[in-house]
Ligand binder design. Structure first.
Ligand code: ADP
Ligand code: MG
Ligand code: MG
Length: 496
């Protein structure tokens, strides 16, 4: 970052008493406005005690974190291009088959998803409408050997399934606005640049965007009595982020949304005759939106796999369909970074270049000369890399110095289930995080997510836009960034 020494200190230096007042405002505003998660159940609680509904505030940053406006805008511009890329890749059967044939051999979970893909491909796809509600995540990068250069935007990953926090992210923006106005503790004079005002907190459409995608898909389905289903994990703590989608969908599109686990889906729903309409009793399901089904733990038995197949075979619009789901794997991300691959799917040279500019180094770890060279590079210089399996939800990656031990213990075949990625090094800032009612001050880094809305039918694109943003902030010394996984807090960008 540039030299900030001439600027006012940020966050503003408040007294203990002021910080405490700010925290009380933050926590109570969060509780009053549904910026909440279910409280963890204590292990000693009786069944009667556990049945009492209990919530706690979502973990949040006390102050919005400064973020370069130019790079924020760059991420917004990229989103429709990524949406288009995902759909074009998902419709390329030859490409997906080639990638997944080899990945399925080394990764059971992806292999089982791919079995579903193959099954419906053979049988014939019963729904041509694709609904994508993605989130592309970025870190800013400053090279370790050139700390004074301007940061650049680098993509961490692109999520095509269960992209969470669109509702709570929006509420965090509202919280920061409220705190700024109500307390005056971070007035304009204390913002990181003299010409910055609170208008630097950008509008966020994210609380409406997922509902918009589901609502517009429901309209295309053209069955006025049909409902939407959200596939949820049993015991989900992040239930209110999801409930806000349900409420917005009902308020704005008059569409009821049911929450079902995969096991409940199998138990309660079936296909109706040759039309393959997905029915729950007499109620038809128009859209199935997954907030579960991305991790092996979501499939404890064959029942859940049967439910996933049932949905995929049906006429319901799935978000994501199995092809979009597979395009979200880290392996596809790595392959798309190879020379000429983005260009295979995005013909416009400028668009392809813009996408590429957000990629960091991505390498295969397979049994090819390139794979061996990447493994050698990681063993010699592990601090420069992150190793990633085909998993979602946080907590799965292997970082820096942990890489050699893992790599050496793996056969070359096993390595193929992972990809290698350059370590992105975001600039560090100071902020204060509020978690379980306590303040944690320290050096932090932020990860920006941009939601993407895509809705298409046989080459006709009905929706292709960005759907608002998410900023997650974590302690600078923590590798991972998930909020639900307990590493990060919800934040909002203060554009500088
Ligand atoms: P998941 O699908 O489990 O969320 P990610 O690829 O997003 O997997 O990795 C989880 C977290 O690990 C990210 O939120 C980020 O904080 C960190 N991370 C991932 N890739 C990199 C990278 N290349 N450089 C630095 N940090 C990374
Ligand atoms: Mg992910
Ligand atoms: Mg992630």
């Amino acid at each position: 970052m540039t030299d900030n020494s001439a600027l006012p200190p940020y966050p503003p230096p408040l007294s203990e008493a002021q910080l405490d007042e700010l925290k009380t405002h933050a926590v109570d505003w969060a509780l009053a406005h549904g910026l909440v998660v279910r409280a963890p159940t204590s292990s000693g609680a009786s069944p009667a005690e556990s049945a009492v509904p209990a919530v706690t505030h979502a973990p949040v940053a006390l102050f919005p974190s400064p973020f370069p406006r130019k790079l924020f805008e760059q991420a917004l511009v990229l989103q429709p291009l990524f949406n288009e890329l995902v759909d074009n890749v998902a419709r390329d059967h030859e490409f997906l088959t080639e990638v997944m044939d080899s990945l399925a051999k080394v990764d059971d979970f992806t292999g089982r998803l791919y079995d579903i893909y193959k099954r419906v491909h053979e049988e014939g796809i019963s729904q041509s409408i694709s609904l994508g509600l993605h989130r592309s995540d970025y870190l800013l990068h400053v090279p370790a050997d050139a700390p004074n250069t301007e940061p650049v935007l680098q993509q961490v990953e692109l999520n095509t399934i269960a992209s969470s926090f669109s509702s709570l992210s929006h509420l965090t923006h509202d919280l920061h606005r409220f705190l700024a106005k109500r307390t005056g503790f971070f007035n304009d004079a204390s913002l990181p640049s003299p010409d910055i005002t609170l208008d630097a907190l950008p509008e966020n459409t994210s609380i409406r965007s997922i509902a918009k995608g589901i609502g517009k898909a429901w309209e295309l389905y053209e069955v006025p009595t049909a409902v939407a289903v959200m596939i949820v994990q049993p015991g989900e703590r992040n239930a209110f982020d999801q409930r806000w989608i349900e409420y917005k969908l009902f308020e704005e599109y008059n569409v009821p949304l049911l929450r079902l686990s995969l096991a409940e889906m199998l138990q309660q729903c079936k296909l109706n005759g040759t039309g393959k309409r997905l029915m729950r009793g007499n109620t038809e399901i128009a859209v199935v939106y997954y907030r579960a089904g991305y991790a092996p733990t979501d499939f404890p038995s064959q029942k859940e796999w049967d439910a996933r197949l049932l949905i995929e075979r049906s006429k319901a619009i799935k978000c994501p369909n199995i092809a979009h789901h597979l395009v979200g794997t880290k392996k596809v991300q790595q392959i798309l970074a190879k020379s000429g691959l983005v260009e295979r799917f995005i013909f416009d040279k400028k668009k392809a270049e813009a996408l590429r500019a957000s990629f960091t180094g991505l390498y295969e770890l397979d049994d090819t000369p390139a794979g061996h060279a990447a493994a050698k590079m990681a063993l010699e210089n592990p601090g420069r890399f992150v190793m990633k399996p085909q998993r979602e939800g946080g907590g799965n990656n292997i970082y820096g110095d942990d890489i050699p031990g893992h790599l050496s213990a793996m056969s070359v075949t096993e390595r193929n289930a992972y990809i290698l990625m350059d370590m992105i090094r975001p600039p560090q800032l100071i902020n204060i995080m509020v978690r379980h009612g306590a303040l944690i001050k320290g050096e932090v880094v932020s990860e920006l997510g941009i939601y993407g809305l895509w809705l298409s039918d046989k080459g006709v694109v009905h929706l292709n836009e960005n759907g608002g943003h998410l900023l997650r902030t974590k302690a600078a010394n923590s590798n991972e960034g998930g909020v639900a996984a307990g590493f990060a807090v919800l934040d909002s960008p203060l554009l500088i």
